[in-house]
Ligand binder design. Structure first.
Ligand code: NOJ
Length: 750
């Protein structure tokens, strides 16, 4: 449709129809035959039959057949035949589940993330979906917060590149094209900074910090054309985000240039009353409109109050029209007026979902995300050719639950377990497979509110069974030359509403680890988890540690690919792994303090802990390989630069080991003095370099004046003259650096 036709359509719509467009309900509000009969939780929201008939978008259904049928039934009841939008959380895969976003961050490979998002969009589109609530681009620094698994980590630069890649992958060049779905950036803004890492908790954050660290990845997503943005649940400096006019209108729309659809988070408009910020539904509706929220996801604020609001205060009609226009424009951009089913196709669905090429991509993306944290020469394993006995032990040996709690559309039965994958490679007579212990001990108590999903984990194992499991595992470990211990968090321990105060591997698994360690010290730990954990003990006692996150459908194969060295690990940590929880939040790009801790000095009045180091156990950007790389000192093309010019920073990387491998070169910048204190260092570039043994390559990063810009106290994004340091290395702790000056004349300074 042309804009003019959309305007005519809007002009012709009744108020209930308009409010309908601004209402999103769950799929289970509609009966199977889609005759728009109220069912289930509809009663809780006080949704009337008319409101149900007009609701313009639905959350949570999928499947081509079902959505085509729903669309047909819906269209029949629409006076203007405006199609329904089908939205859903397709976070890291539809049916083929790719590694969790945090793991994708670890790959430092935006191209790979783009491919995963493209494959995800294809599976989702043929299943009838139009919009995914992804990517979650929130910056995360607090490992206690369960949703860190949905983010690509603690760094604004890495998050921005990953967000762009995900948006490109979902939407392509034109979201109307076949197999594309619209992306939704979430959660605007600062959701990752919940006080004490507790989900939904208040955020207290100065606007400088918000702009400098938390907004850039949203800006990157908006600039790439993301069609939607989602509000967040929390209050920021006392005001709930969802009705925060300053945040949504002045910052998101006016400054950042977002023109798409702003959708609330689930029930969030209604929660503004619970926050004690809005007096009642009408007040919440008024404030939500003023903030420019277009769609109310699952609260009764818009369906219940907009009508009364415009009756009392007709001036709000203009704002309603603006919201509805943006929703119509989104439907139009997806081509739904011409083809309301878009790509929904039961035949294509059969062909595309879990097709071999998607599985292959999932396997590649998983292994690329693994981070080798320690290796005392135990890895890679020899595939049994040396006759050595390997005992695979741990709850993740058999588990197919390698998807996350955000993979609702995935099915763990499609996952390849570690055991299944290992059996394809290692000779049967040299391997044993044992569970050793249940996934959870006393911690299982938290699962009580998790319903169906937690069923398996709640199965009780008697004390005697536990003893036997452990005894058998210890015996097998004793007889083995090497033990591969597959440990980690239960998949329901990360995700939404899964904050943890103790970020440790479940104690029952640690007890097993200790027993096994007593009889065999050649232990390789494979870690499955959705957040950085306190790994002190494992890191001290295990011979090797491979972080594999929640690796998805092809997880088992990918783990075996890396264990055997068929794939040389090249992932790097996207988030610091704290020394212990008392250090959290710990992140590499912290501001300089006036009393820094100087290595080797034991001054009393320094910024430090008395009982633990300042540094995390494993820093951002860290990860080992089966080979070794040498990086030459940084050489600069010039010692100074003026605006408009640039400096090239060069290093030569050499593979000095015996096997091909990939180094992830990371370029960091530090601004030594500025009008606001600047971080110790900040990532400004990265590149993956694959080299054969003995091979070396010169790599160059370009720095221009734009690279040196930052948010000043007055909110302007500019650079200031002075001395800068540039580091190029293989983790945020690199000390390989050089310095240069940015020079400006008076005019450029203003
Ligand atoms: C709440 C979550 O915060 C959000 O990320 C998600 O998209 C919605 N629920 C819809 O499921």
């Amino acid at each position: 449709m042309t804009q003019k036709e959309l305007e005519q359509l809007l002009g012709d719509m009744t108020l209930p129809e308009k409010i309908g467009q601004m209402t999103q309900l769950m799929g289970n509000f509609y009966e199977d035959d889609s005759s728009s009969v109220l069912t289930g939780p509809a009663g809780d929201l006080n949704i009337s039959k008319e409101q149900l008939t007009y609701a313009g978008s639905v959350l949570s259904g999928y499947g081509a057949g079902e959505l085509i049928r729903m669309q047909d039934a819906y269209l029949k009841s629409q006076p203007h035949r405006i199609p329904m939008l089908f939205m859903r959380d397709i976070i890291h895969g539809m049916k083929t589940i790719f590694p969790i976003p945090l793991a994708q961050g670890a790959s430092f490979d935006p191209e790979l993330t783009e491919k995963c998002a493209e494959a995800t969009a294809k599976e989702a589109a043929v299943s009838g979906l139009h919009v995914t609530f992804a990517p979650m681009t929130d910056l995360v620094r607090d490992a206690r917060w369960g949703r860190v698994m949905e983010s690509t980590g603690e760094d604004p630069y890495l998050n921005s590149r990953m967000t762009e890649a995900a948006v490109r992958g979902f939407q392509g060049k034109d979201v109307k094209e076949p197999y594309r779905i619209a992306a939704c950036l979430k959660h605007f803004a600062g959701y990752g900074a919940a006080t004490a890492g507790r989900d939904y908790n208040a955020v207290e954050m100065g606007e400088h910090t918000l702009r400098e660290y938390y907004l850039p990845s949203f800006q990157a997503g908006i600039d790439t054309g993301a069609k939607l943005v989602m509000t967040a649940f929390h209050t920021i400096d006392g005001v709930p985000c969802s009705v925060n006019r300053h945040l949504m209108k002045e910052i998101l729309r006016d400054e950042m240039g977002f023109e798409g659809v702003l959708i609330s988070d689930f029930g969030a408009l209604g929660e503004t009353v619970t926050h004690g910020y809005c007096a009642d539904g009408t007040d919440a509706a008024r404030k939500s409109l003023e903030a420019g929220v277009d769609i109310d996801m699952m609260s009764s604020v818009y369906p219940g109050s907009l009508r009364y609001l415009v009756k009392e205060e007709p001036e709000y009609m203009e704002m309603i029209d603006a919201c509805v226009m943006r929703i119509l424009q989104l439907k139009n951009a997806l081509g739904l007026f011409e083809n309301p089913y878009k790509d929904a196709d039961p035949e294509e669905e059969k062909k595309i979902i879990l097709c071999p090429s998607h599985r292959e991509l999932a396997r590649k993306a998983s292994s690329a995300s693994f981070v080798l944290l320690k290796n005392d020469g135990l890895l890679p394993l020899s595939e049994g050719k040396d006759g050595k006995k390997i005992a695979f032990i741990g709850p993740y040996v058999y588990s197919r639950q390698l998807n996350s709690s955000w993979a609702f559309t995935g099915d763990s039965r499609d996952c390849v377990s570690l055991k299944e994958a290992a059996e394809e490679i290692f000779p049967g007579e040299q391997t044993v497979y044992l569970q050793g212990c249940p996934m959870l001990g006393a911690e299982a108590a938290f699962l009580s509110g998790f319903g169906e999903e937690a069923k398996g984990a709640l199965l009780t194992v008697t004390e005697e069974e536990k003893r036997n499991m452990l005894q058998n595992a210890v015996l097998a470990a004793k007889q083995a030359d090497i033990v591969v211990l597959a440990l980690g968090e239960h998949f329901l321990q990360s995700g939404e509403a899964t904050s943890r105060a103790m970020i440790e591997i479940p104690e029952i698994q640690m007890e097993m680890f200790r027993e096994i360690r007593r009889v065999n010290n050649r232990i390789v730990v494979i870690l499955f988890n959705g957040r950085p954990l306190d790994l002190r003990e494992i890191s001290r006692e295990a011979g090797a540690i491979l972080e594999v996150w929640l690796p998805g459908t092809e997880g088992g194969h990918a783990v075996v690919d890396v264990l055997t060295g068929r794939v040389n690990p090249s992932g790097r940590l996207p988030m610091s792994f704290p020394y212990c929880v008392g250090q959290v939040p710990v992140f590499y790009n912290e501001l300089r303090t006036g009393r820094p801790k100087i290595p080797g000095q034991s001054e009393r009045f320094q910024s430090k802990y008395l009982d633990i180091p300042n540094e995390p156990l494993y820093p951002f950007g860290f990860g080992l390989s089966y080979t070794e790389f040498q990086i030459s000192p940084v050489e600069l093309s010039s010692q100074s630069m003026t605006p408009g010019g640039s400096i090239e920073a060069r290093v030569t990387v050499k593979n000095i080991g015996h096997t091909e491998g990939t180094e992830t070169l990371q370029m960091y910048l530090g601004d030594l003095s500025a009008s606001v204190a600047r971080p110790v260092k900040e990532l400004k570039g990265f590149r993956k370099v694959t080299l054969s043994p003995g091979e070396s390559r010169e790599e160059e990063f370009q720095i221009s004046e734009e690279t040196l810009r930052f948010v000043r106290a007055d909110g302007r994004f500019v650079s200031e003259p002075g001395t800068f340091r540039i580091w190029i290395g293989n983790s945020s702790q690199t000390e390989n650096c050089a310095e240069f000056e940015l020079r400006m004349n008076c005019r450029e300074l203003c």
